[in-house]
Design a protein around this ligand. Structure first.
Ligand SMILES: *[C@@H]1O[C@H](CO)[C@@H](O)[C@H](O)[C@H]1NC(C)=O
Ligand SMILES: *[C@@H]1O[C@H](CO)[C@@H](O)[C@H](O)[C@H]1NC(C)=O
Ligand SMILES: *[C@@H]1O[C@H](CO)[C@@H](O)[C@H](O)[C@H]1NC(C)=O
Ligand SMILES: *[C@@H]1O[C@H](CO)[C@@H](O)[C@H](O)[C@H]1NC(C)=O
Ligand SMILES: *[C@@H]1O[C@H](CO)[C@@H](O)[C@H](O)[C@H]1NC(C)=O
Ligand SMILES: *[C@@H]1O[C@H](CO)[C@@H](O)[C@H](O)[C@H]1NC(C)=O
Ligand SMILES: *[C@@H]1O[C@H](CO)[C@@H](O)[C@H](O)[C@H]1NC(C)=O
Ligand SMILES: *[C@@H]1O[C@H](CO)[C@@H](O)[C@H](O)[C@H]1NC(C)=O
Ligand SMILES: *[C@@H]1O[C@H](CO)[C@@H](O)[C@H](O)[C@H]1NC(C)=O
Ligand SMILES: *[C@@H]1O[C@H](CO)[C@@H](O)[C@H](O)[C@H]1NC(C)=O
Length: 374
């Protein structure tokens, strides 16, 4: 399987203007069913990053909020049984992979239900440990009763999106990815398919989000259940996902406006659901689709959270074989090895020509950003 895929690589290189053209030959990690939570850390702390009115439970307190249902799918949810006393916070879940996934990775998120409702703010996203250096990719994110998904990148200064309207199906809303611009909105793209979020997502049987972190750019596809390509089906255990066959992505952040090598390093993947907070709870955002006051009228009452859950079939992470043959772009956070970024010979077949100095420049830039942050 690996050998034949490698033989196919030079052909992919000949395709016209590949926005992305990678075959993901290695399944690095498959989270699903009873072993889904293996390799995830539970946050175990109140929301101190987005100021939501929640406590993200630790693993030992997670049994009712993070579990496998009778269908074998994973449920990650907001507590919808407890009355919360005024001035206290509601329990929910935030989990992050211990492993990181670098350039050359594809993550495939397959769910049948995503959280929604007034005050609810779910996300499936990734970030480098040294954020904002190393970047953040928001694959799935929405608030309140909004009807479509929003994509975003967040980076240090200098990463932008330009001239991609023909190459992505979503609407570009902000083009500057700098976390210090536009109130850290990031460079946002709005999905046009209503089945990407809320009740319509569930009514369509859910779907698949596929996120490609490639040297040529970051691309994100959404496929409603009926449209999932055969190489992204969870049941296709022998699939070698090939992003060049999936058509125009919903969101496309090409290397031309944002040197991926420079702004992105290996990413932890996170799933979380918060309530109110910096985005969902901002008065004008909240009032756009909901009424009342986010905390007092919604968070205290358990009956508001019956739709505030993820039901997940699987999360799979693939690598295109361009990074370390042994660990294929995955590394443990406790022993992250950023000095191992040199590519193997196989990579040259699919990668666009890039200067090796960009890797050095990226490392210098990150060191600089870090020093400035101090
Ligand atoms: C949030 O709390 C966690 C756990 O105590 C801590 O590791 C982290 O540094 C805190 N983050 C911020 C932004 O305060
Ligand atoms: C987990 O959270 C519960 C509830 O807050 C707390 O009682 C318990 O001590 C915590 N356990 C660990 C291992 O932190
Ligand atoms: C290769 O993988 C390592 C982890 O094993 C990661 O730190 C590094 O960023 C990756 N390099 C690229 C170019 O993706
Ligand atoms: C967008 O697509 C057009 C047509 O295929 C192509 O010529 C152009 O290079 C693409 N732009 C980017 C930034 O990939
Ligand atoms: C996308 O942009 C078009 C043209 O401006 C607009 O008509 C449409 O409502 C937008 N869709 C979304 C989901 O923002
Ligand atoms: C699985 O994916 C491969 C592509 O990697 C495709 O050729 C094959 O038809 C798919 N199998 C099924 C059962 O969909
Ligand atoms: C949103 O609604 C709440 C409650 O009615 C009100 O207190 C608040 O001023 C409104 N905010 C905006 C921006 O309209
Ligand atoms: C909670 O919300 C339900 C449904 O809107 C309502 O019937 C109930 O009275 C509320 N309970 C409290 C304590 O506010
Ligand atoms: C809570 O939400 C779950 C779905 O996560 C639903 O099955 C249940 O009926 C809801 N209500 C209560 C009181 O548990
Ligand atoms: C880092 O990567 C190099 C080259 O692949 C390898 O020899 C070394 O053992 C790695 N170190 C750790 C701590 O993983």
């Amino acid at each position: 399987m690996l050998a034949s895929s490698l033989l196919a690589l030079p052909l992919l290189g000949l395709l016209p203007t590949p926005a992305s053209a990678a075959s993901y030959t290695t399944l690095v990690k498959r989270h699903e069913g009873s072993t889904f939570f293996d390799g995830f850390n539970f946050f175990g702390h109140y929301d101190n990053t987005t100021n939501g009115d929640v406590v993200f439970v630790n693993q030992s307190a997670s049994a009712d909020l993070a579990y496998v249902n009778d269908a074998g799918n994973v449920i990650i949810k907001v507590d919808n049984t407890s009355v919360v006393p005024y001035n206290e916070k509601r329990n929910t879940v935030k989990i992050t992979t211990q492993d990181t996934y670098g350039i050359g990775s594809l993550w495939v998120f397959d769910a049948t239900h995503v959280p929604y409702g007034c005050s609810v703010w779910p996300a499936f996203w990734s970030q480098a440990p040294e954020w904002p250096a190393g970047g953040e990719i928001d694959t799935f994110e929405g608030v309140n009763l909004q009807t479509t998904n929003q994509y975003a990148l967040h980076t240090t200064s200098g990463c932008t999106v330009a001239g991609t309207s023909a190459n992505q199906s979503g609407n570009l809303t902000y083009s500057n990815c700098d976390s210090n611009a536009n109130g850290n909105s990031g460079c946002t793209v709005t999905e046009k398919n209503d089945a990407s979020y809320g009740a319509a997502f569930a009514a369509a049987g859910g779907g698949v989000y596929a996120t490609e972190l490639a040297e040529t750019g970051v691309s994100i596809w959404f496929f409603s259940r009926a449209d999932v390509p055969s190489d992204l089906l969870a049941s296709n255990t022998s699939a070698v996902p090939d992003s060049s066959t999936w058509g125009t992505p919903s969101a496309y952040y090409p290397n031309s406006g944002c040197s991926i090598d420079e702004y992105f390093s290996a990413q932890h993947l996170t799933l979380d659901i918060t309530l109110c907070g910096d985005w969902a709870g901002s008065a004008s955002v909240f009032n756009a689709t909901c009424s009342g006051v986010c905390y007092t009228d919604w968070v205290l009452n358990a009956t508001n959270y019956d739709t505030a859950y993820f039901e997940i079939q699987s999360l799979r992470i693939y690598n295109d074989g361009t990074n370390s043959s042994g660990n294929a772009g995955s590394s443990s956070s406790s022993s992250s090895n950023s000095s191992s970024g040199s590519s193997t010979p196989a990579s040259s077949a699919v990668r666009l020509p890039t200067s090796t100095t960009s890797v050095v420049a990226g490392a210098l830039f990150m060191a600089l950003a870090w020093a400035v942050a101090l």
